[in-house]
Design a protein around this ligand. Structure first.
Ligand code: SF4
Length: 779
């Protein structure tokens, strides 16, 4: 069986939603047959691929990927070159709206929907959840009815964060899984290859269309030693992100190996894999180890653990497997890290951080500490931070900074309430928010800040782009472990180092915090908490369910298919603007308050590129309309060009579209009339998302040519697009793609040529030609 986990996010019969008061009861016995990977079939497929590869030793990443090839003998996979057609074992408003276009009665693979992005953190779980449910009723109802109609599992608002729920319920060693979120790789902590994709990719899987991926190269990270003292799994990945930078993992899977892996908890490995997204890696994973089996047993999936044990050889790299690059980390010597602000790869070891604070002249204050997110919300995380909070309670002190805790799931929330961690965290002033993304995705109402006041927050999250958490561009957001968030929040100082600096107790005496400690798993087992948040164990499609979308709705809009792509060369493409510097999917399609329009393409398009810095005028979201001479917001000028029948493009800098897998960033561009984007380089998921929506992503053959181009230029014609769509060999084709030339005219009439490169596979050309992947799938 293939198990694909298209993981949507957000609806419902509100009579089923109860308050967050603990109503713990035993979780019904689980049928694991649908969540156990089909190991015999995978092993047999792999044998076939190995014959094609002359039995060379394979990395674990290769073993899992190649065993999911739709035709195991049909292709000789070469890392970095071959496009693989895969059958994922199988996430979203937009994904479902797109799936509706496919006209199928049910999903081809088990599919779950999660409602974690629309719950605003403010006063605490109970109040926030009720308010968010009320405000988002329309969306939640839509999603729940779609789940009923198509037979998807619907996890109600309050059930938790998608990746934590997946780790607790669906992930398994050796599984190939897709999710509509860039932190899907969290499941690599349980030995799965879990890849973040756009909704359109998830729709492929839901519609049983083979999913295509260029065989990734593999970075091996050898772990030796053992974490100790203040260092935690988060520091492994914070350190690695600093080493690799936000682009260093592009086109690669990160595979961990070495004796150090045996010392890590399953959820700790999940933390490490989760943030592999920050280096642009396709995914990250660990081989099957004992802590995974323990976690599977603790979460009611003993049969999956036993099946994995029987196939342990399949679930680790072959002896002698060769990695494309190896990085070694000695866990015993690793220091705690603090990364940021504004980019996750600005990594500073704790011992140097106070100097950095002083050198930059930052105010020595932690305004708020936030614990949680899909990265760090496990039982172990909560137990370890509680060990610190307990010391503070015993000394009669509270957190000097605001302190918020987001449990990753209802199961975690209920279990830490039963085991006393919640009580201790509240005693130091902690506010427990709803089990959801909350401040991590910008769903945060702050009462502690005057508008635009410069301030520092510490989070155990994974992303720290400007504006990300509170929409305030002057909030400096630093990423660190939950343990350091807690210790530094207790002190209230940004220069505080718990290894060397004392805290002051209620009587004015200094004391040192002892290093954190905690259980990986609850001694008395997990309790599920409020069972009404959970889906039925096996969801069956019910075709009689009507999915109602009010045509007057401002939040949901039924999609219309895009028109076909060009039949020949492009002519007269207006360069709308040249973007300078970081342009993440948050810059292209902002989150926070815009999330409420995620299901309404017309309305959410009003945020298009509103965070982009125009290289020609150094202004954010301001561009000149060449036809009127007036300046306007980027989406407004784009819409004006579209009304005039002038297709437009944007020229962008490096790693365009990094960050969240948000497919809206691609959909909106296409919707507003952009058929092509020319970048110095692209982030992987976004590049695929663009291709899926019929947009041609090109990179400069010579990245220095970015300097030559400007907003207002016109691409008079392309050379090579006609060959591409006709399937003819193009100029300078390579196994990875080919060349497209652009003849560009400046406003003064001067012309110049730009050489650009594409990476379109045959199938992707069909998407472009037909106008979108979904159009191509419909035939
Ligand atoms: Fe939610 Fe943040 Fe995780 Fe994304 S990164 S899934 S917003 S908790």
């Amino acid at each position: 069986m293939s198990f694909l986990q298209p993981l949507a996010r957000t609806s419902s019969r509100w009579s089923h939603i109860r308050t967050l008061a603990s109503s713990a009861s035993s979780r019904p016995a689980r049928d694991c047959s649908r969540i156990t990977p089909p190991y015999p079939k995978l092993v047999s497929n792999l044998e076939k691929v190995k014959r094609v590869l002359d039995n060379r030793p394979l990395t674990l990443a290769e073993k899992i990927l190649y065993s999911h090839l739709t035709e195991p003998e049909g292709v000789k996979p070469i890392r970095g070159q071959t496009y693989l057609k895969l059958s994922p074992d199988a996430s979203a408003q937009m994904a479902i709206l797109q799936f509706m276009l496919a006209g199928m009665p049910t999903t081809a693979v088990p599919t779950s929907i999660h409602c974690d992005h629309l719950i605003v953190g403010h006063k605490g779980a109970a109040q926030d959840l009720v308010k968010s449910v009320e405000n988002n009723k329309e969306i939640f109802n839509f999603l729940e009815s779609a789940a009923e109609k198509y037979g998807m599992s619907f996890w109600k608002p309050g059930s938790g964060i998608i990746h934590q729920i997946v780790l607790e319920n669906y992930a398994a060693p050796g599984l190939l899984m897709l999710g509509t979120d860039s932190h899907t790789p969290n499941a690599g902590g349980l030995g799965a290859i879990a890849i973040g994709v756009g909704g359109a990719d998830a729709v492929d899987a839901m519609a049983n269309i083979p999913w295509e991926l260029k065989a990734p190269e593999v970075i091996g990270v050898k772990l030796t030693g053992k974490l100790n003292g203040w260092t935690s799994p988060k520091d492994v990945i914070l350190h690695l992100v600093g080493k690799l930078t936000v682009r260093g993992g592009t086109g690669h899977i990160i595979e961990y190996f070495g004796p150090g892996i045996e010392t890590l908890s399953c959820t700790g490995m999940g933390t490490i894999c989760n943030m592999g997204a920050e280096v642009g890696a396709t995914t990250s994973l660990f081989p099957f180890v004992n802590s995974m089996a323990s976690y599977l047993h603790a979460t009611g999936r003993g049969p999956v653990a036993e099946a994995a044990r029987h196939n342990a050889n399949f679930l680790r790299a072959d002896e002698g497997a060769v990695y494309d690059k190896v990085i070694e980390i000695n866990l015993s010597e690793l220091e705690p890290y603090i990364n940021g602000p504004f980019t996750p790869d600005l990594a500073t070891p704790l011992s140097k951080f106070a100097d950095v604070v002083r050198k930059n002249g930052w105010k020595d204050e932690v305004k708020v500490g936030l614990i949680g997110s899909c990265t760090n919300s496990s039982y172990e995380d909560m137990d370890r931070v509680t060990s610190l909070a307990k010391q503070a309670v015993e000394k009669g002190i509270k957190s000097k900074a605001g302190f918020f805790i987001t449990p990753g799931s209802e199961q975690i929330r209920a279990t830490i309430e039963r085991d006393g961690q919640t009580g201790v965290l509240e005693k130091v002033g902690g506010v427990v928010l709803a089990n959801a993304c909350g401040p991590c995705i910008g769903q945060w109402t702050r009462d502690d800040l005057n508008d635009k006041e410069e301030n520092a927050i510490l989070t155990s999250f994974n992303r720290n782009f400007k504006n990300r958490n509170d929409g305030n561009s002057t909030t400096m957001n630093f990423l660190t472990s939950p343990e350091l968030v807690t210790a530094m929040s207790l002190s209230g100082k940004l220069t505080f180092n718990p290894l060397t600096d004392p805290l002051v107790d209620a009587s004015g005496n200094e004391f040192m915090l002892q290093p954190p400690y905690g259980d990986n798993l609850p001694k008395d087992g997990f309790i599920p908490g409020n069972l009404s948040y959970m889906p039925a164990d096996v969801s069956k499609p019910n075709p009689s369910v009507e999915i109602n979308v009010d045509p007057k709705s401002t939040r949901l809009q039924v999609l219309e298919p895009f028109g076909p792509g060009p039949e020949g060369e492009f002519t007269d493409l207006q360069v709308l603007l040249k973007v300078k510097g970081k342009c993440t999917t948050d810059h292209i399609s902002a989150a926070g308050p815009w999330l409420k329009y995620k299901g309404h393409l017309e309305n959410i398009s009003n945020n298009t590129l509103n965070g982009a810095l125009n290289a020609d005028n150094d202004k954010v979201n301001v561009v000149k309309n060449v036809f009127t001479g007036e300046e306007g917001a980027i989406h407004e000028v784009g819409r004006d060009y579209q009304k005039l029948g002038k297709p437009w493009i944007v020229v962008t800098d490096h790693n365009y579209g990094e960050g969240s897998a948000r497919e809206h960033a691609a959909l909106q561009m296409r919707y507003l009339g952009c058929p092509m984007i020319l970048a110095r380089s692209f982030a992987r998921i976004h590049q695929t998302n663009l291709k899926k929506q019929g947009v041609l992503p090109l990179t400069f053959a010579d990245p220095a040519d970015w300097e030559k181009m400007h907003g207002g230029d016109v691409i008079e014609s392309t050379v090579g697009v006609a060959d591409l769509v006709a399937g003819r060999p193009g100029k300078n084709d390579t196994p990875e793609g080919g060349e497209i030339s652009l003849v560009v005219r400046r406003p003064n009439g001067e012309k110049y040529e730009i050489r650009a490169l594409h990476t379109m596979s045959k199938d992707q050309v069909q998407w472009f030609k037909k106008g979108s992947a979904l159009n191509a799938a419909r035939g």
